[in-house]
Design a protein around this ligand. Structure first.
Ligand SMILES: [Zn+2]
Ligand SMILES: [Zn+2]
Length: 241
């Protein structure tokens, strides 16, 4: 694909006359539209910038068009510049338009695209008039600047999708981690057998007594805490064998 520089050089603003080889500014060149003329407009190769139009097509200077070798066809001659803008804007504009449309009509495979398709009213959004916007550029430089503006917008929209995708991925991973962590904790607690639990309670009770300054090995330790009335009541700490 031919990509034109954003700031065209002098070469990009001039072209050579097909008849006399004179170099002339784009605004002073003409094309022949007579059907059977071998120098007529071809429009067979892609023209993705106005400058490229002058390299793809045969153009004539004013002298050759009106007084020189091509004057026989002067009724069919048209200014090249508007045609160059129309052709390039039509081709480049259509390509860019399709890229813009993709953001509104597809992308369900991404999180942001899916959300947009499911929850937003995209049908009534006015599409940008890209071909017209490019066609109405005053100069080749302005045309390239406008193409750059559109490409930047496409890049920005694409970045929003990528960022959204990254964020959703991170959040999904966090969610899954929390889920399995909880699940694992529950499983660990449930795999402790019933006697183990009894032992665990016992140990905790003894630790508590020690912290209170009571010797858990003294047989009446438990009763001394639970009953104020009697020190003779003997309470077995172990309820099961
Ligand atoms: Zn000429
Ligand atoms: Zn002709």
């Amino acid at each position: 694909m031919d990509i034109e520089p954003i700031t065209p050089s002098y070469h990009d603003l001039t072209a050579t006359c097909a008849a006399c080889q004179t170099l002339a500014p784009h605004s002073q060149l003409f094309v022949c539209l007579k059907e059977d003329c071998s120098y007529a407009l071809q429009q067979k190769l892609p023209v993705l910038s106005p400058s490229l139009f002058y390299r793809r097509e045969k153009v004539f200077c004013g002298a050759c068009t009106f007084r020189g070798s091509h004057k026989a066809h002067r009724k069919y001659m048209q200014r090249a510049e508007p045609l160059a803008f129309q052709t390039a804007s039509g081709e480049m504009g259509t390509k860019l338009q399709m890229e813009f449309d993709k953001f509104m009509k597809s992308g369900e495979e991404t999180a942001v695209g899916f959300y947009m398709q499911e929850n937003m009213d995209l049908k009534n959004l006015p599409p940008p008039r890209i071909v017209e916007y490019l066609t109405k550029s005053g100069t080749v430089m302005e045309w390239h600047r406008r193409v750059a503006v559109l490409n930047n917008a496409l890049k920005t929209m694409s970045d929003f999708r990528d960022e959204g995708q990254k964020f959703v991925k991170e959040q999904a991973e966090e969610l899954l981690t929390e889920f399995s962590k909880t699940s694992k904790q529950i499983r660990t607690i449930l795999t402790i057998t019933q006697p183990d639990m009894e032992q665990l309670r016992e140990d905790r009770h003894e630790t508590h007594l020690r912290e209170m300054g009571i010797d858990p090995s003294a047989e009446d330790a438990h009763s001394s805490l639970s009953s104020m009335s009697s020190t003779s009541t003997k309470v077995s700490k172990k309820k099961t064998g």
